[in-house]
Design a protein around this ligand. Structure first.
Ligand code: IPM
Ligand code: MG
Length: 358
């Protein structure tokens, strides 16, 4: 198989973790006789420095013409001025929108060697395997107006709009139900329907979609309740489907179950066209350039790329098994340390995964 993959390493630890994950993808491709052509482009703060915008039209066009886009992370203190007109995050949002990747899959798996890394009790989190499907191109992140003004009384006023269309809810719910069919056949839809009109639409549409999937149980939870249940009874969840903002917040919370943000991969998919793959963690400027970042979230995002964009399921599973074996052998980056272990570097962690792949 031939595939064109655009790499957007971005800022902070992004370039370090993407470089390592590419080594793993290349190893798998070479072994299977696949030809993956990687092309690196700028997006985020690095693009602002060079072109004055976080994502140029050329780079977006390259991404649209690819088979998959593989992203590191964007942002950092250098571009954090709240007054700034251009921000690294704008590139990420423009990319998600430009690729029309409305469904963001964020698997949250508690891997048994890492149970004690989580501050939560072992008996609560053992066996947790959740797939969060976050709506990614609508809601509070994108709806207009978004504005600032000064009222006649002299108050500063800021507006964000929370808007959803039925088709936006339907298409993401449909993906959630399809994915649940291959799992434990339960979908939990998370909203705030006791308060928000958009959530009442969300609930109505997810309920209607459920009628097409008679084998799957649909449960509705309010987001406040869901955030608590994620910590006290996380095993009750199989697939969670929720809006853009709630999904952003709940997946950071869920990362605590997995032990570290450094463990969570993601895949963003649309109806057709290239998928976007990225770790859910940020650019971690505090540890950038030190070679100590955890590459596993990005390596696991690479596995998702193989599975969803290239249909290389066996290869994806091989990477996931190699990651599990590496952890079982006790290799830990700094974010995964409990008492008394030695941390390995980003590079060493990847070497071990490559070793386990063979
Ligand atoms: C994420 C991140 C992004 C988001 C930021 C960096 C814009 O937090 O992917 O979860 O809010 O979507
Ligand atoms: Mg986030």
């Amino acid at each position: 198989m031939n595939a064109k993959i655009i790499l957007l390493p971005g800022d902070g630890i992004g370039p370090e973790v993407v470089a390592e994950a590419v080594r793993v993808l290349s190893a798998v491709a070479t072994h299977g006789g696949h030809n993956l052509k990687f092309t690196e482009r700028l997006m985020g703060g690095c693009s602002i420095d060079r072109y004055g915008v976080a994502l140029t039209d050329e780079v977006l066009a390259d991404c649209q013409a690819s088979d998959a886009v593989f992203l590191g992370a964007v942002g950092g203190p250098k571009w954090d001025d709240p007054q700034a007109k251009v921000r690294p995050e704008q590139g990420l949002l423009a990319l998600r929108k430009g690729l029309k990747v409305f469904a963001n899959l964020r698997p949250v798996k508690v891997r048994s060697p890492l149970i004690d890394v989580s501050p939560l009790k072992r008996n609560r989190i053992e066996g947790v395997d959740i797939l969060v499907v976050r709506e990614l191109t609508g809601g509070l992140y994108f709806a207009q107006p978004k504005e600032r003004s000064i009222t006649p009384e002299g108050y500063e006023r800021a507006v964000d709009t929370l808007e959803y269309y039925d088709y936006e809810v339907r298409r993401v719910a449909d993906i959630a139900f399809r994915l649940a069919s291959d799992r434990r056949k339960k979908v939990t839809s998370v909203d705030k329907a006791n308060i928000l009109e958009s959530s009442r639409l969300w609930r109505q549409v997810t309920t209607a979609v459920a009628a097409d999937y008679p084998g799957i149980t649909l449960e509705h939870l309010l987001v406040d309740t869901a955030s608590m249940r994620l910590l006290i009874a996380p095993r009750q969840f199989d697939v969670i489907v929720t809006d853009n903002m709630f999904g952003d917040i709940l997946t950071d919370e869920a990362a605590v179950l997995a032990g570290s943000m450094g463990m969570l991969p993601s895949a963003s998919l649309g109806a057709s066209g290239p998928g976007l793959y990225e770790p859910i963690h940020g650019s971690a400027p505090d540890i950038a350039g030190k070679g100590i970042a955890n590459p596993l979230a990005t390596i696991l995002s690479g596995a998702m790329l193989l599975r969803y964009s290239l249909k290389l399921n066996a290869e994806a599973e091989a990477i996931e098994r190699a990651v599990d074996r590496t952890l079982e052998k006790g290799f830990r980056t700094a974010d995964l340390l409990t008492a008394g272990e030695r941390a390995v570097s980003t590079r060493e962690m990847t070497e071990q995964v490559l070793h386990e792949l063979e």
